[in-house]
Design a protein around this ligand. Sequence first.
Ligand SMILES: Cc1cc2nc3c(=O)[nH]c(=O)nc-3n(C[C@H](O)[C@H](O)[C@H](O)COP(=O)(O)OP(=O)(O)OC[C@H]3O[C@@H](n4cnc5c(N)ncnc54)[C@H](O)[C@@H]3O)c2cc1C
Length: 400
Amino acid sequence: MSTNPIHPQQAIESAYEVDIAIIGGGTTGTSAAYYAASAGYKTVLFEQYTIGNNYASSDGESRMFRIMYSDATMARLAESALGMWHEIQEYSGVTLLERDGLLFYGLPAASVEGNLEQCAQVMSSLGVPYTRYDTTALYQNYPVFQSLPADYFGLSQPSSCMIVVKNSLQTFCDLAANAGAALLTNCPATIVSAPPGGPYVISSPQGLFLAKSLIMAPGAWSNRLFSAFDIQLNLKIWQMTVVFFGVDTSLPWPMWYEFGPTVDNQQQLFYGFPPLEYPDMIKVSADFTNDIYDDPSQCTYQPDPVILRAMSNFVGQRFTGISTAPQNPITCLYTMTPDAQLVLDTLPNYSNVAVLTGESGRAFKYTPLFGRILVELATTGKSAYDISEFSINRPGIIQS
Ligand SMILES: Cc1cc2nc3c(=O)[nH]c(=O)nc-3n(C[C@H](O)[C@H](O)[C@H](O)COP(=O)(O)OP(=O)(O)OC[C@H]3O[C@@H](n4cnc5c(N)ncnc54)[C@H](O)[C@@H]3O)c2cc1C
């Protein structure tokens, strides 16, 4: 249990009472706040920094939305999320999704992001349209490429797109606030008392709160909060490096992801797309890192020069019409589970405490869906969606 000078009974007598308290004001928490408040629950959200801060995972301007997964559940849930994104976009009148189309290409080998052949099979089985290209067709359709290995092939999927991060965060906050949620920023939450079943006493700079149900989407800070429930998960924090390269804007730059070969025990996974913030550049990142930590306090938030060099070498080799000088590098955090699959579940013995964690670099696209599922979990202990593969009880997740 966390140590805190406030006695739980004293807290209960003086606390603000709410139906649902949400800890974490990233994309997931803000979406959960909207769905909770609009369902009529008295809702409070705590964010220790600002919404869209530079320390957490929902940082930056853009994210990739894709249905192409080699895991059918992830693909099916992405399709559901896409419908919800379109509904919210239409309802709010704010642009949340831009630029259609995504190209996956490379080797059909297994990777942390799946396998190209299996992606094709899943798309076919779900009836999701896609186009397959051999290298000749890749060169014909994507004139930015050069030096593609002969055994590469590609899959393009037209309903993939780019999520406008800042618009999304702002929209979910606005919708949540309009529905009556209290969004408390610069307001770190500490769980003071967590008896199974609740109520949960939360201490914060804005006072004490007594919540019937709890939703936690605290990203890299998850284990700090979970200690109040006497549970720790096997989570690692990956500090990722992202960078921009100047490009010839007369060429059509796609949104792309390369599944490359393994070099020195590290599979070469790179992705990129024309970003919102710099119209004459592409944004590129490596889906691997040398900076792996146990707690966010260890993160340096310094871009890794080794990864930057790897990205420069990669783009110089793969693309024509690009400058290999890295510009404006930034970092961002993944919270990783041992099997690179996320956790979306209630805590063991706490059927009204719902968590999303270990989101492993892929949860932004599911923002509206996961917000809704977390509210279902916190209020009913179950979800209408099949989320069994995200179970907290699967092997390797809970620290023994
Ligand atoms: C480089 C990079 C590229 C990515 N690309 C994609 C992509 O293309 N597509 C995709 O779908 N996903 C992508 N992701 C993943 C996606 O961004 C994350 O999965 C998503 O942003 C996670 O959001 P979250 O709200 O769960 O967590 P976070 O954004 O980390 O939010 C958690 C929040 O909780 C707050 N918090 C923690 N503890 C407390 C406390 N005690 N009190 C109050 N507040 C607290 C933190 O300050 C933080 O703001 C990428 C991530 C990175 C880093």
